[in-house]
Ligand binder design. Sequence first.
Ligand code: JEE
Length: 270
Amino acid sequence: MRIDVVSIFPEYLAPLELSLIGKARQDGLLDLQVHDLRAFTTDRHRTVDDTPYGGGAGMVMKPEPWAQALTAVAAARPVGAAVPGSAGKPVLIVPSPAGERFTQAIAHELAEEDHLVFACGRYEGIDERVLEWAADHFTVRPMSLGDYVLNGGEVAVLAMVEAVGRLLPGVVGNPESLVEESHSDGLLEYPVYTKPSSWRDRDVPAVLLSGNHGKIAQWRRHEQYRRTAERRPDLLDEFDAGALPRADRTAFADLGYDVVDGHLLRRPDA
Ligand code: JEE
């Protein structure tokens, strides 16, 4: 996979040299290049921003440096990618507080692409016409990491590149982790423990030392239910409770949920 990142703070993307993604690059699985937007300016001051039409706080990124930068990176298609003029456009991901929420499902979609380009905005964002213009050359996807405000797109790109990069074949050391993830049923994970079995007067739950794999699996599943009900009850709306064993229905009943038509329903009094 080829990934280009355009930013006025290319040093901000230095962590991509490290760890998993750095390893994927060394192993030739990922060709990642970071570009300085200011290299695509033509004025003496290398200007990338200007005041907003219509007024308001802050500055807006000027369109022309973006068009120059994106034209340059779109021309550098990865080896073996679709030829120019075919349907296979690169995907342009534009981090924005007003984007579609980035999810694991989107990470999987992006991991199938040959060429991703990330456009890191700063200030109040990028002139909207850049996104309209770019649609001729790219599949444009404005994306938000979550409902909080960052100062620019760089931190979001670090997160998205890591989430996509670890799904590329051969990048994650232990592919079993990915298999386990794909079987995860939309619930939060169970808690994990390691040695020592007693630490500062706190014992690892005895069931995990029992060697009874059926009981361990059930305990872990019930911990997932408990945590999800406590921390992310929204996830239980989507949970398929159609074929739950009796013990699992009882576990949910204890958490204040009944099974109705294969769905979990919060008991009003609970
Ligand atoms: C890209 C610039 C900063 C701050 C104004 C804020 C008014 C832009 N999950 C995410 N949060 N934030 C970003 C993100 C932030 C960015 C850029 C991504 C480029 N900024 C910026 C304030 C504002 N608005 C929301 O309320 C309305 C705009 C992001 C991602 N991905």
